[in-house]
Design a protein around this ligand. Structure first.
Ligand SMILES: Cc1cc2nc3c(=O)[nH]c(=O)nc-3n(C[C@H](O)[C@H](O)[C@H](O)COP(=O)(O)OP(=O)(O)OC[C@H]3O[C@@H](n4cnc5c(N)ncnc54)[C@H](O)[C@@H]3O)c2cc1C
Ligand SMILES: *[C@@H]1O[C@H](CO)[C@@H](O)[C@H](O)[C@H]1NC(C)=O
Length: 373
């Protein structure tokens, strides 16, 4: 066995779904000692600065004609399908569901690779829809899946450190101990993996102004009788209505898509609007006992609300950033590669494993160059 000082020291910034998945991917490749530094971890109280706990989340790729993004999403689906298998290692984090997708503007979704994919006949579409399909997918129970990823990382010897990084140079010079004890690590950092989500706008050494928030408001209701998902999207108007049941019996009702809207709390009138849209799309969210006597109302659904809130999707002009830059190392030492993996917008779960694979490839190539020079 290689001695531990033969391991390359990698620091991942960020513990959202992207940082955690990337850390696990690198660690399980072998040859690395991985530390995650983040301000917020799974299990902390929900905050607007941590998008991953606000997601639905389902796997319904919107890559459409973008071949690179489609490959990322498909690889992720394959991993999640295996994780969610009955008796599989993370079955408890997922619900496999029959998903129905209605489109109001007829764009071709390119989802025919999903299990059980069928185009819907026109006479079975909801009012106003011009196309629709059904298929099987996975819904991710985000408050269960994030701790699963963290536990998987920790159980294999990963280290976590809470800290707020102002500039990547702090990590490169001081290592993770700087954030734990205020003192530098004796061993230099071989690479930094940058997964700060929306934090990429402000994190020193990145300051990527192409990253911006797309606000999404949701209501979480208790409705364990709902066991299938439904979405109605109108791409041009940026309108998007969805019902995403989780394994726990909670159901996410959404949503909204508001570019550069930084309002960090639920707006009551938006909640009402979301309920109205979801009720029209999926009347069965009203408790069966009420529906057997009369038509359901907005108030019937409102009574089921467990939580309201919103998250900021870390959108990026040009899509996910996956590339490498070099930053000066400690005094007298070589430059250190920074591998960027952020800007997942509305698809951080469904692209998590595929983008982590690319980040790992970039890391290995960069370290190979570093050892040649
Ligand atoms: C309402 C809603 C519904 C969604 N539905 C889906 C869905 O169905 N399917 C899907 O795939 N995606 C969905 N998404 C998108 C998904 O939630 C995001 O793409 C994903 O969570 C982004 O993850 P992330 O790890 O990049 O960012 P975050 O989860 O925001 O994590 C960022 C991490 O970086 C840390 N950090 C940032 N800056 C610093 C710093 N300077 N120093 C230290 N730490 C720092 C933070 O503390 C945190 O740990 C949805 C989003 C919303 C809001
Ligand atoms: C990884 O590095 C940390 C120091 O940052 C050390 O405490 C730990 O033992 C190392 N783990 C392995 C597996 O070498």
């Amino acid at each position: 066995m290689a001695s531990s000082n033969a391991l390359k020291k990698v620091v991942v910034i960020g513990a959202g779904v992207v940082g955690l998945t990337t850390a696990v991917k690198i660690q399980e490749k072998g040859g690395y000692n991985v530390t995650i530094i983040a301000e917020t971890f799974p299990g902390d109280p929900k905050t607007i600065k941590y998008t991953s706990l606000w997601a639905g989340a389902h796997h319904v790729s919107h890559a459409a004609n973008d071949a690179k993004q489609m490959a990322i999403d498909r690889e992720t689906f394959d991993v999640m399908w295996e994780l969610s298998a009955p008796g599989g290692p993370a079955e408890h984090c997922f619900l496999r569901v029959s998903q129905t997708d209605y489109l109001l503007d007829g764009r071709d979704e390119c989802l025919d690779w999903m299990p059980d994919f069928k185009k819907l006949p026109e006479d079975s579409l909801v009012h106003g829809a011009t196309a629709g399909s059904s298929f099987t997918t996975v819904n991710i129970d985000t408050p269960v899946y994030l701790p699963y990823l963290l536990a998987r990382f920790l159980s294999r010897g990963g280290t976590i450190v809470r800290g707020s990084v102002q500039h990547i140079s702090q990590v490169v010079e001081g290592g993770s101990n700087l954030f734990r004890h205020g003192r530098a690590d004796p061993e230099p950092v071989d690479a930094v993996i940058v997964c700060p989500g929306l934090g990429a706008r402000t994190l020193g050494g990145v300051e990527d102004k192409d990253v911006y928030p797309v606000r999404g408001q949701v209501a979480i209701v208790r409705a364990p009788w709902i066991r299938s998902g439904r979405t109605l999207s109108h791409l041009e108007q940026g309108l998007w209505t969805y019902v995403i049941p989780r394994r726990s019996g909670d159901v996410i009702l959404g949503g909204t898509k508001q570019d550069n809207d930084w309002y960090p709390a639920a707006r009551p009138e938006t909640t009402t609007d979301i309920i109205e849209r979801c009720l029209a799309l999926f009347p069965e969210i009203v408790p069966p006992a009420i529906r057997s006597e009369r038509e359901g109302t907005v108030e019937d659904v409102r009574a089921l609300i467990v939580e309201e809130g919103c998250g900021f999707r870390p959108q990026r002009k040009g899509g996910i950033r996956l590339d490498v830059e070099w930053i000066p190392g400690r005094e007298g030492q070589a430059k250190v590669p920074m591998v960027f993996n952020y800007g997942h917008g509305g698809g951080g779960y469904q692209s998590s494993w595929g983008s982590a694979s690319i980040a790992l490839e970039l890391l290995e190539k960069a370290l190979a160059t570093a050892s040649e020079s």
